[in-house]
Design a protein around this ligand. Structure first.
Ligand code: ADP
Length: 602
């Protein structure tokens, strides 16, 4: 313990990774002791003769270097080593300048010691102070030069002894200061560089672990949520008393709110980690806005407020960008406008202009709601920031929507801003540039059945069995019992015949021994996962010259790369959990229809 205290005193440790601070302390400490010892030693040379002639000056000259021994104590106590450095530099400067002035003459060799002072200022305090020190030294030398006529002749004659002494002690000291300073700084900076790169690797690993954790948590939470939401939805279709219906609805809406929060947190973490890829695909702007209008007209009507869309018909109909993320921003803004408006109306206007191959679009959402106080206008775009304090809050929400929307707007190279008169309503504006679509073939591809490239996929071929005379057979590979129950409740047995497999291997075997029209394939399953099972099924179809059956990925993974992976691995479509009856129905209908039309073409 005592040993380490002594060691820390003479060799201050690196605290909280601050290598520069440690290097400064060590350097200052070594140099202070060196200056004190060498200064004292050089003062003692010829002490007797000098003392006989000038007793006071000689004593001051001999003892003053000892003041530098205060430095180690100051360093051990100092919170801020820079103050000690200032003391060192100012004290030595005054000492070195005062000697020629007091003792007379310009040729006192002590003022040569000021040269390393510039280097010391740089190392101890920083490059700006180093440059400042250079000016101070130059100014001092210049002043002494200009005053050379009025300064009394020096008490020392320049003798061979004097030059020899200067060479020995002055240069030794200068050498010690420069070498030690450079060596200590070099060593500490090298260590700092190594630590920095280690820290970077650690941070990257931690970031990856965070993403993996989020993906896993999202998957784990979505799986039971599929059970909760699916069953609540199905419960609502049964005969219930009013009270029971209210309970079932409450389970649904609470579950939906929980899902929204999970999705928001996932989005935010992806944006912050820089992992939010934006799609760049052609889409119909008008369709996108019409869909939104349909979605919100009902909720506005329920609140008895007006909802208007003001769409500039001269705008180009087809643009390129990430339609899903654009929709997400607009849903957020319109959702907020409806949430915070009790009477009056909400208006979505879409305006803009085109220049060359680009469209500059402005989406404006204005409401006649409670408005936002001026001092809060900047804050509401920060995460978890809400105008009302969490204890007094009347409105739902986690305070993430605007933070995500603004980040998405920035990712699209656009801006999201707000104006408001408190008590009278708000106007949010999202402005961004979107490239125009000139290639109509690209648009045609967009409205086709799937937009992810599927290498060498044969078209769905002619079926041996006519679907008009029997129910389509669905093979559902799902290892989770509750999720099987949900599928069972949602899929209409009058319309479809449903067969279950409890893992990928069972699904593969079932597929090989029986005939199915559609496969619903979970991704994570024991024994054989959904991706491998799909590959094996595709292989089996190829080897046996069978028609290609649609395989729909059914998974709790929420990330887009999972979807792309499943499509690239031979699946045809994607349904994320929690599923709803509506989404399953339309997915099954879509693929049955596709199979039929392919058959008619063939
Ligand atoms: P949330 O709506 O989930 O609380 P947001 O990030 O979407 O989170 O919004 C943050 C806050 O900004 C809201 O809580 C609300 O105080 C304020 N706000 C957003 N939109 C409006 C609006 N149209 N009118 C009044 N206040 C709004």
């Amino acid at each position: 313990m005592a040993n380490s205290a002594v060691k820390d005193f003479f060799w201050p440790p690196v605290v909280q990774g601050d290598y520069l601070d440690a290097a400064r302390k060590r350097c200052l400490l070594v140099i202070s002791i060196a200056v004190a010892v060498v200064g004292l030693f050089s003062g003692l040379i010829g002490f007797e003769n000098a003392f006989a002639l000038y007793p006071v000056q000689t004593l001051i000259a001999v003892l003053s270097p000892l003041v530098f021994l205060i430095c180690p104590f100051l360093i051990a106590r100092a919170d801020n080593v820079r103050n000690v450095a200032w003391f060192f530099l100012i004290y030595s400067y005054m000492g070195l300048v005062s000697v020629p002035l007091i003792a007379g003459g310009l040729f006192s060799y002590s003022n040569f010691y000021m040269l390393p002072w510039v280097v010391m200022a740089t190392l101890f305090l920083g490059w700006k102070q180093g440059i400042g020190a250079a000016f101070v030294i130059f100014g001092t030398y210049m002043t002494l030069h200009l005053m050379r006529g009025s300064i009394p002749v020096g008490v020392y004659e320049i003798s061979r002894d004097m030059i020899s002494n200067w060479l020995l002690w002055g240069l030794s000291l200068t050498l010690i200061m420069l070498t030690t300073g450079a060596a200590i700084f070099q060593r500490e900076m090298e260590r700092a560089a190594v630590k920095l790169s280690e820290a970077r690797i650690e941070a990257e690993t931690a970031n990856k672990a965070k993403s993996d954790f989020l993906a896993r948590m999202s998957h784990e939470i979505r799986t039971p949520m599929n059970g909760v939401l699916g069953m609540a939805e199905m419960l609502d279709t049964t005969e219930l008393t009013d009270q029971q219906r209210l309970y079932a609805k409450t389970i649904s809406t609470s579950g939906q709110s929980l899902l929204t929060i999970i999705n928001d947190i996932l989005d935010l973490s992806k944006i912050e980690a820089g992992h939010l890829p934006l799609e760049c695909k052609p889409f119909e702007l008008k369709h996108c806005i019409d869909d939104l209008a349909v979605q919100f007209e009902l909720s506005a009507a329920q609140k008895q407020i007006g909802f208007h869309v003001d769409y500039d018909d001269t705008l180009p109909t087809q643009i390129t960008g990430d339609a899903g993320r654009l929709r997400q921003i607009l849903i957020n803004l319109i959702g907020n406008a409806l949430k915070f408006t009790e009477e009056g109306q909400v208006t979505l206007s879409v305006n803009g202009s085109t220049s060359g191959t680009m469209a500059d679009l402005i989406f404006t959402i204005s409401d006649t709601g409670i408005g936002i106080p001026a001092e809060k206008l900047g804050e509401i775009f920060h995460k978890f920031e809400q105008v009302e304090g969490s204890l007094t809050r009347r409105f739902d929400g986690a305070g993430l929507g605007l933070a995500i929307s603004r980040q998405l707007a920035h990712a699209m190279g656009g801006t999201l801003s707000v104006r408001s008169n408190f008590g009278e309503g708000c106007t949010f504006s999202f402005e961004a540039r979107f490239p125009l679509v000139h290639d109509t073939a690209a648009m045609a591809g967009e409205t086709g059945r799937s937009n992810v490239p599927k290498p060498s996929q044969p078209a769905l071929g002619k079926s041996n069995i006519d679907l008009q005379t029997r129910r389509p057979r669905i093979l559902a590979a799902e290892d989770n019992e509750i999720n099987r129950l949900v599928l069972d409740a949602m899929i209409d047995k009058d319309k479809y015949e449903l067969v279950y497999a409890e893992d990928g291997l069972e699904a593969l075997n079932a597929f090989k021994t029986s005939s199915f029209d559609i496969v619903l394939m979970d991704m994570s399953m024991p024994r054989m996962d959904g991706l491998l099972a799909t590959k094996e099924i595709r292989q089996f179809e190829l080897e046996n010259n069978l028609e290609r059956k649609p395989i729909i990925c059914l998974t709790a993974h929420a990330f887009r790369d999972q979807r792309d992976k499943s499509l690239a691995n031979g699946m045809d479509d994607y349904l994320s959990k929690p599923v709803s009856k509506g989404r399953i129905d339309s997915m099954l209908e879509k693929w049955i229809k596709t199979a039929e039309s392919d058959r008619n073409v063939a």
